[in-house]
Design a protein around this ligand. Structure first.
Ligand SMILES: [Zn+2]
Length: 174
């Protein structure tokens, strides 16, 4: 049993690493799904979307300041910084909400790393009967649902954090 656990750690990727990797694949797929679009008779492409603490201006409508910025690049290589309303209108989709949601999920997953990694070790270990302590079926179900929730980028409430911490502590791999 100990060998299996160290194998899991040797490959270097924890559960939360996997989840973040999957999330960045989804980002790449989304970026690809945003087709080139027209603005003032030129074809533009979405290059990036990010949050900035600098005060920036939307190059399309002049709104100032904008903190969520899409960078678009024209066929002539010219780059423009574009705010949320304008990028949604130009691409004709809810692009700004998609990115907002993506960033929020990503931040939550990073914040909840220790629970995601801890719970997945607890659940794997319990499948292999690694613990002297027996986890009841109903707690396994609660922990699995909680892990699913965290993987999907939602935050645990206080009771869920306590449940996770309790099991991670009690089944500590030492
Ligand atoms: Zn604008």
């Amino acid at each position: 049993m100990a060998a299996l656990v160290s194998e899991l750690r040797l490959d270097g990727l924890t559960k939360s690493d996997d989840v973040l990797l999957e999330l960045s694949r989804r980002l790449a797929a989304y970026m690809e799904s945003v087709f080139p679009f027209q603005y003032e008779g030129k074809v533009y492409q979405l290059i990036n979307n990010y949050v900035t603490s600098l005060h920036m201006r939307c190059d399309v409508c002049g709104t100032y300041p904008i903190f969520e910025v899409s960078i678009i690049k024209g066929e002539d290589g010219q780059q423009l910084n574009v705010g949320n309303n304008c990028i949604d209108r130009l691409t004709n989709r809810q692009l700004s909400s998609w990115f907002k949601n993506y960033r929020e999920k990503r931040e939550n997953i990073i914040r909840n790393r220790k629970y995601i990694d801890g719970l997945s070790l607890v659940l794997d270990g319990s499948l292999r009967n690694e613990f002297a302590l027996k986890i009841t079926d109903s707690d396994i179900e609660r922990l699995s649902l909680l892990l699913e929730k965290l993987i999907n980028g939602f935050n645990p409430d206080r009771r869920e954090s306590q449940l996770a911490e309790c099991y991670i502590k009690r089944t500590k791999y030492a």
